[in-house]
Structure formats: C-alpha cells, structure tokens
Design a protein around this ligand. Structure first.
Ligand code: ZN
Length: 376
C-alpha cells in the first residue's frame, strides 16, 4: 500500500497512516459532531459537539490500533512476525512477513483482534454506566465507543477471508481437513461471496431506502463490498504464488554467472564494459580475494546517468555486512520472506563458504511471470 506516513514504532512494529485515513477521520468526526451528538443531546454548546467529536473519533482510531496490535502481538508470540500496521479508510491492516504454518497459530492470531475490540467495548460500556448522569459528554462518548467497538468486532467476525472471521474459518477448515490449500480456496471464495452480498445490499439500500437509511449508507456498503471482493481475490492469488515459490529451490532460479568487478571501477565502466556487452545483470565487487559487496541493475538505476562517470561501484553496491545469505537448497518462498523481513532485494547464494550465485526479487518475479504465461 503506497502513500503512507510513518508514525513511529511501538513494540518494534512500524505504524503507518495511509492518506485515505484522513477521509474516514473527517467523515466520522463530522458525523459525530453534526448528527450523532446534536441529535441525542440538543442542549450542548456548539463547540462542545466538535471537541467531543474529535476526541471520540481519535479514541475510536486508538481502538482500531489496539485491535491490530492484539493481532500482531499474539501473532508474534506464535512465530508470525509483523512488520507494520497501516491505518487506512477501512480501518487497520497488519502486514505480516509470513503466513502461519499451524492452524492453531492462525486461529489465535485472527481471534485476538475481535476479542480485543469486544473487551474495549465492554470496558467503555462500564465507563458509560458509571459516568451516566454525572458528566453527560463523557458518558455520551463512552456509549458511542462501546457501541462502535462491538460493531467492529462483529463486522470483523464475518466469515469472509481476509476478514478476521474468514481467517478463523480457514484455520478451522485447515485443522479439520489438514489441507491448507483447499481451506484457503474455500475461505477466499466465501470472502468474495460476502463482498458481492455487500455490493448487492448497498445497491438495494440506494434504491429502496429501507429503515430510513440514506443513499450514502448504501454507497458505503457497496464500496466496502468491492474492497472485500478485491482483497479476497488478491489473497487467493497470493496464496497461489506462495505455493509456486515453495515448489522451487534457490538453485533453480538464481543467476549463477556473476562476474567479479574491482572496487575501483566506475558505474560507467561497469555499464559499458560489462552490462551492454555481456548482458550480465549481477556483479560481485571484490578486491583480490575478499568479497566486498554485490551489485545488480537495481543498484545502478539509483544513480542518474550523468553521474555514472564519477560514481564508483563501491558507493552503490550492497555491502557484504548488509547481506543476508541464501542456500542453494532453500525454497524460494522462505527466501522471499527473508527479503521482506529485512527489506532487501537480493541475496548471495552461498555453498560451502563460497558465493555460487545471486538470487534477486527479479528472479522470483520472472519465475512467477513465466509460469503464469505458460498457464501452469
Ligand atoms: Zn482484525
């Protein structure tokens, strides 16, 4: 997901704010300050509607963060590392660098979010109960937060993958059938079905306006349905890729002829004397016998062409201390996961202490591309 601001790290997890978050923040704040609070409490001064609207809206997003954090911390405790949490228009999404390898781990991780939302909802209901009749704006805030957190838990428990309920559903299928692939296919198909139902429901609301619902609610529901359908399809494609990658080893996809270039070479020399003539795409920078780093076309593209003459290969290579090493018999999926976890695009392939090739993201993409072109 592009165009997101980094907010900082909590528990080693990067928090990000996608620009679409501002849309939903403004929407919720104005709906609270313009409709919900004025309708239920007509005597408040105008400024109080807005102050309480903003505070309540921010606390709601704090609840969404808590929900995602619950997934992430339970996931991490079960061996599923979480890299970042992004808040966007439909709530939050935790980016994991690998999928669960055990049904029980997936079940715990998926259930943690809705459980957290229910707990927050319960806590807010208690606080509402105790502030009721004392401080009206605070009580009103807790009442709304209690309602919306329960709603968040219930919505997420809808059994369409990739919603939490869909993950719970897949983990149960997986546990009982022992077949991860089939469980994923069924859960994502149900997810797409749920998406279509939402779209249909949205259209019906727009035209029939039942229960006094406005066209905007219908549009919103259809929009969520469209998003769910897309996310379910994307999850299924991703699962297929993962399976393909799992079936290949590093030695089957790596580039094995990486010429050695001296550290004194410039980018210009490298391009003219090696890349244009031999068509090699990877290089090892080495003085005498010591490997100093590796270079791919990716590194070269980071330097503007007029500077090629003044830039030495050592300035743009990935130095050896930043490199993670792959093994020839490792499966490609675990390599991709390692790249995602470490934010790297390439790894030297080492066998018995010797560099025998290079595996880059390009290799993985080319493999997937070839397979899809051949339809296998
Ligand atoms: Zn969740």
């Amino acid at each position: 997901m592009g165009s997101a601001f980094n907010l900082g790290k909590v528990f080693g997890i990067q928090f990000r704010l996608h620009y679409t978050w501002f849309i939903i923040f403004i929407l919720i704040t104005t709906s609270l300050s313009w409709q919900v609070f004025p309708f239920n409490y007509p005597d408040w001064p105008l400024v109080l509607y807005w102050v309480m609207g903003i505070i309540t809206s921010l606390l709601f997003f704090a609840s969404v963060v808590a929900h995602e954090l619950a997934h992430s911390l339970v996931g991490r405790a079960n061996g599923i590392p979480i890299k970042s949490i992004t808040l966007f228009i439909f709530g939050g999404v935790a980016q994991m660098t690998r999928e669960a390898t055990k049904a029980s781990a997936e079940l715990k991780m998926a259930a943690a979010g809705p459980a957290c939302s229910l707990a927050i909802g319960g806590l807010c209901a208690l606080l509402w109960f105790f502030t009721q009749g004392m401080i009206e704006p605070i009580a009103a805030m807790f009442q709304w937060l209690a309602y919306v957190n329960v709603l968040l838990a219930v919505f997420n428990l809808i059994p369409g993958f990739p919603l939490d309920g869909g993950r719970v559903f897949r983990s149960l299928l997986w546990r009982f059938t022992g077949n991860y692939k089939r469980s994923t296919r069924i859960a994502t198909q149900v997810g797409r079905g749920v998406g279509y139902l939402f779209i249909l429901g949205g259209i019906l609301i727009i035209f029939l306006r039942p229960f006094g619902l406005g066209w905007f609610s219908g549009l919103w529901l259809a929009f969520i349905g469209w998003f769910l359908e897309n996310a379910a399809s994307a999850s299924y494609r991703q699962a297929q890729w993962r399976e393909t990658l799992q079936g290949f080893t590093v030695s089957q996809a790596m580039t094995s002829d990486c010429p050695v270039v001296p550290p004194s070479a410039t980018v210009n020399q490298l391009v003219r004397e090696h890349i244009l003539i031999s068509g090699h795409r990877c290089f090892m920078v080495s003085d005498e016998s010591r490997l100093m780093g590796i270079l791919t076309l990716h590194n070269i593209k980071s330097v503007p062409q007029p500077k090629w003459d003044m830039t030495q290969v050592t300035e743009i290579m990935t130095p050896v201390d930043k490199l993670k090493v792959a093994h020839p018999n490792q499966d490609m999926l675990s390599v991709l996961e390692q790249m995602d976890e470490n934010d790297i695009n390439q790894m030297p392939v080492v066998s018995e202490g010797r560099v025998i090739g290079l595996i880059a993201r390009d290799n993985l993409l080319r493999l997937l591309h070839t397979r899809s072109q051949l339809g296998i």
